[in-house]
Design a protein around this ligand. Structure first.
Ligand code: GAL
Length: 746
């Protein structure tokens, strides 16, 4: 019945060499290594390596059987993403090629496979060298591409006649009625007496709306309309998702059942310059995200992709992310749908536009992105322009047309850094860096306008930089967000960027990192991250208070007399030990427009002297009040000695598929449990059981913290990670269990 989609990630063979004839059926595989996908063609330390190190050709092979019962069906192999050029062979025959590492592709391999006990072979040549003919390459790029089959692969079994695609769009949402059109594209042979049954199903499994339509002869595209009364809508603050099931039925047999999740919502940019969701204005407050991680580049499994969305939403308090500068993992977008994080998704590219062939690939990338993602409620705009490129009228006119043709429900944007560049898109999306160091951005010069980047290279800040820099970095982010909140006709702004990222030799700090994040490369917060977190509504996302200080006396630091506290509470009380020294309202003078302006205390006025605090081992506590009651607190104490290491895994259970993994954060704390911000100490690891360590060993902590990843093997069991450092006594331990694969796979 219907379709079957089988996970195709496990038991691959890999060799980091370009061997002649490695596509052939009989080929000596003794030097190949067994791997699971997602897979990086090479792993690295978290900095100080070069792009040349991953720029090579490698081969992946996998033996697989296709069940006898699939005979007569269609067999497709679907790749979510291979960096950068993939050539696919089945049983020694060339099947197809795909150029570009950020979009999916599939091949019909029905005629190449054999059924039953026959061991089929798929071989993929992965060319991860620099490709000046494929976006984003051609000139310099300020991020690393990495290499390998770095996303999931699926085997899809379909009936001869099946559903190729479904496009779900809410045309109107008014007076609690949603008018929805669903366009289903059918592929395959003509079938008689066929129908399309579409059902919208709520979380309880109840069909809330359904429509059935007869398919006329030769009809390939069926458009259905439904009206839903009182639907539960999708919004960042209440992201309700429905399941949609589209069945292709012929002579009462179900030929296909195409299911997906989506949300009911509308988005638009008004003539007043505001962004609207479901007819209500919403200021977009976001950051840019690169998809790369330490050690493995883009090759992180779904669990870790999803975690990033959680960090952006819950640890950084954002309502929006820009997927700079390409389409990112589907699992990331799925999680954005689930938790209500809006996404501005764009095509691969960075400043450079190539020749006609290059542009054709960019157009193809745009089509692939929109066709893959247009049912995601989280996406509110398509980026159709090469990030920060110069004008090219004909090219960009066509790009806009492609986007509008494939999706009538979302506006286009095109990110630029030239104020007077030609606006062919619906929204003028501008990277505004010039006045950032004064805490400023410019006023909109177009009706529908948003700022897509600020800060970044203007003020790179390392997690272990001096206190002053961390505070100034956070303050500038706060001032710029304050400015955008104060400009009613600016739809929103996203800073550069969420996480520090690996970059090519031309950029960054010379160690192949751009320290532009409000979090470090391990996703651990710098002070600026706490500013963003403090902008989320306390009633929905929890009250928050954070003191941005290390208790360094004022004669050593410019920001010395001021104590900056980020909080979404109404008032903040400051205590010296148990003594209340001040109770204050947010600083609405310097930050008149932010939803939750920071609080600033003068230490002199509070009679707090850090020298005395330190000599007397006193504490400073900020208590955030809502309705006059304590809602959140943060205490700082003078730092002691490195006392112990703490290992905090993000997950305690993984799937034993050989690729699933979780981040384990390491911190060094003193007797009070405070992380020591200048303890850049080496930590060594031992791993026992059914796990593999991804990361440096030893790892030198930065700002008292760092992270490695623990990856499953193919055998379920327990993983024990142990960490030690010469500077602390004892050993820290983390346990992670792995369980059997519980999904269909080949
Ligand atoms: C922008 C660019 C980003 C990044 C950033 C650094 O110009 O769009 O990709 O390079 O600068 O601040």
């Amino acid at each position: 019945m219907g379709r079957e989609v089988l996970n195709f990630n496990v038991d691959w063979l890999y060799i980091p060499e370009n061997l002649n004839d490695a596509y052939k059926f009989d080929f000596d595989e003794s030097n190949f290594e067994v791997v699971s996908l997602p897979h990086a063609n090479k792993t690295f330390p978290h900095h100080y390596f070069k792009e040349e190190d991953y720029r090579f050709v490698s081969w992946y092979r996998k033996h697989f059987k296709v069940d006898e019962r699939y005979k007569g069906k269609k067999v497709y192999i679907y790749f979510e993403g291979v960096m950068t050029v993939a050539k696919v062979y089945v049983n020694g025959e060339f099947v197809g090629e795909h150029k570009g590492g950020y979009t999916p592709f599939e091949f019909d391999i029905t005629e190449y496979v054999k059924y039953g006990d026959f061991e089929n072979l798929i071989a993929v040549q992965v060319d991860s060298r620099e490709h000046k003919d494929i976006p984003p390459e051609g000139y310099l790029v300020d991020y690393m591409l990495f290499g390998g089959i770095y996303r999931n692969v699926w085997l899809k079994i379909l009936n001869d006649t099946h559903i190729k695609d479904v496009y779900f769009v809410v045309d109107k949402l008014q007076d609690s009625v949603a008018e929805i059109s669903i366009t289903t594209t059918i592929e395959g042979k003509e079938v008689r007496n066929a129908k399309i049954l579409t059902e919208v199903i709520n979380k309880e499994g109840v069909v809330c709306s359904s429509v059935i339509t007869d398919i006329k002869e030769m009809q390939k595209e069926i458009v259905q309309q439904i009206k839903m009364e009182n639907p539960l809508t999708w919004h960042p603050d209440h992201p309700y998702l429905y399941n949609v099931s589209v069945k292709l039925i012929a002579e009462s047999e179900i030929l296909d059942n195409y299911t997906f999740r989506t949300g009911i919502r509308t988005v638009h940019f008004g003539d007043d310059g505001k962004f609207y969701i479901n007819g209500e204005p919403l200021k977009l407050r976001g950051l840019n995200r690169h998809q790369t991680f330490p050690y493995v580049g883009g090759a992180m499994p779904d669990r870790v992709q999803r975690k990033d969305a959680d960090i952006l939403k819950y640890e950084l308090g954002l309502n929006y992310v820009r997927t700079s500068h390409y389409s990112q993992a589907v699992s990331f977008l799925d999680r954005c749908d689930e938790i209500g994080l809006l996404v501005f998704e764009e095509i691969p590219g960075w400043q450079h536009i190539g020749d006609e062939n290059w542009k054709n690939i960019a157009k193809e990338n745009l089509r692939e992105m929109i066709l893959r993602d247009r049912n995601h409620p989280c996406i509110f705009m398509w980026g159709v322009r090469i990030n920060e490129s110069l004008d090219e009228h004909d090219f960009y006119k066509e790009m806009n047309e492609i986007a509008h043709k494939l999706d009538r429900s979302r506006p286009t944007g095109g990110v630029r850094y030239l104020r007077d560049s030609e606006k062919l898109e619906d929204v003028f999306t501008y990277n505004d860096f010039i006045y950032n160091l004064e805490g400023k951005i410019q006023l909109p010069n177009h009706k529908k306008y948003m700022v897509t980047e600020y800060m970044g290279h203007m003020y790179p800040t390392k997690s272990y930089d001096n206190l002053n820099r961390l505070i100034t970095h956070a303050r500038l982010h706060a001032l710029i967000q304050d400015k955008q909140y104060g400009i009613p006709n600016m739809a929103g702004a996203s800073g550069w960027c969420a996480f520090d990222y690996n970059t090519t030799s031309a950029f960054g700090s010379g160690d192949n990192i751009c320290y532009h994040g409000v979090c470090d490369i391990f996703r651990l917060p710098k002070f600026a991250a706490h500013f963003y977190r403090s902008q989320a509504d306390p009633h929905l996302y929890g009250p928050y208070v954070f003191i941005a200080s290390y208790l360094i006396p004022s004669f050593e630091e410019e920001n010395g007399d001021k104590l900056l506290v980020f909080s979404n509470c109404e008032e903040v009380e400051l205590y010296l030990n148990d003594k209340l020294v001040a109770r204050q309202m947010p600083n609405r003078i310097d930050f008149p427009s932010l939803p939750y302006p920071p609080f600033e205390f003068s230490l002199k006025e509070c009679r707090i002297d850090y020298i005395e605090v330190r000599v007397n081992n006193a504490s400073i506590t900020a208590i955030g009040l809502i309705d006059g009651k304590e809602a959140a607190r943060h205490t700082l104490r003078p730092y002691g000695k490195p006392h112990k290491l703490i290992l905090s895994p993000d997950d305690n259970e993984l799937i034993a598929d050989g690729a699933d993994c979780t981040r384990v954060v390491i911190s060094v704390v003193d007797e009070n449990g405070s992380i020591l911000p200048y303890a850049n100490i080496p930590v060594s690891f031992e791993i026992e059981g059914e796990g593999q360590l991804i990361g440096e060993n030893p790892l030198v902590l930065e700002a008292g913290r760092g992270a490695v990843y623990v990856k499953s093997t193919r055998k379920p069991g327990e993983i024990i990670l142990k960490a030690r450092s010469h500077y602390v006594e004892g050993e820290a331990m983390a346990n992670v269990n792995t369980k059997k694969i519980d999904f269909p796979y080949v």
